[in-house]
Design a protein around this ligand. Structure first.
Ligand code: AKG
Length: 261
């Protein structure tokens, strides 16, 4: 990252639960990621079932509302090799400390004029095992984002109060909403291309709808610092996903090979 990890950044993350970093990658580095994600979203209907979700209304056509790709870096090794990935991991290690590992990545696309608001939630609410660990999300938009086209928003200091009560959101696949968020305390994080928003596992956050006329795509990398020396749960999770997508990845490799020849 162009911004060094200073003690001020560490203290700010610890106090606020999030960081807004406008200058982290070059536009060219983000361009590599954007091209890979565009290619995957362009083939959304052909991706393996284990790799796709739609966060939108349960009644809509799957993949048309708010498509989400799970572990895009497994489907596209170029993402894992990208400067954006490498630098995000180095940055997470410097922020969380030794023993920080890559846990998971996903990408969420909000199409133009998409009224879907990512509801207020804490990521920790989705963790079933309850084992103690620290996690950090690095949220990277592939284009400039503001409040009008789907930027992230955070409640400063909200990570300090433990896991708050959540409720299911009717007609939203799997969504859980934090009950009683004081929106007047929330902070928007608009970002230019090359920026990133970082948050801790317990930070209450949401993202605006995309009312703009271009898709809003974000690549989200999650890092973990498990209490055990090795991230066994993360490895198991990734290995399962690698297994579930094997056939697709090998079919694709054959197709690519045929095209090159
Ligand atoms: O991109 C979004 O709309 C939401 C992302 C999010 O909730 C997260 O990164 O934890």
């Amino acid at each position: 990252m162009s911004a060094p990890v200073t003690e001020d950044l560490r203290l700010s993350l610890a106090a606020q639960g999030f960081l807004a970093l406008p200058e982290v990658f070059t536009p060219a580095e983000v361009g590599v990621v954007a091209a890979e994600l565009d290619r995957l979203f362009g083939r959304f209907g052909e991706l393996p079932p284990a790799s796709v979700l739609d966060l939108g209304a349960t009644g809509g056509d799957f993949g048309q509302d708010v498509p989400e790709i799970l572990y895009p870096s497994v489907l596209s090794p170029a993402l894992r090799q990208s400067a954006v990935f490498q630098r995000s991991r180095a940055f997470a290690r410097r922020l969380l400390g030794p023993g920080t590992w890559f846990r998971f990545d996903h990408s969420i696309r909000k199409p133009p004029r998409c009224a879907y608001e990512t509801v207020w939630h804490q990521d920790r609410v989705h963790k079933r095992s309850g084992l103690p660990e620290r996690r950090l999300n690095v949220w990277i938009p592939t284009g400039k984002v503001g409040a009008e086209d789907g930027c992230m928003r955070y409640v400063p200091g909200s990570h300090l109060g433990g896991v708050l009560p959540h409720e299911a959101v009717p007609e939203r696949r799997g969504a859980q909403r934090t009950i009683g968020v004081d929106e007047s305390a929330a902070v928007d994080v608009p970002l230019p291309v090359g920026g990133a928003a970082l948050h801790l596992f317990e930070t209450v956050h949401s993202a605006h709808p995309n009312l703009g006329d271009r898709p809003r795509t974000a690549w989200i990398l999650q890092f973990t610092q498990p209490r055990a020396g090795l991230p066994l749960a993360s490895w198991a999770h990734q290995t399962l996903h690698i297994g579930h997508t094997w056939r697709w990845r090998h079919g694709k490799a054959r197709e690519d090979h045929t095209r090159v020849d």
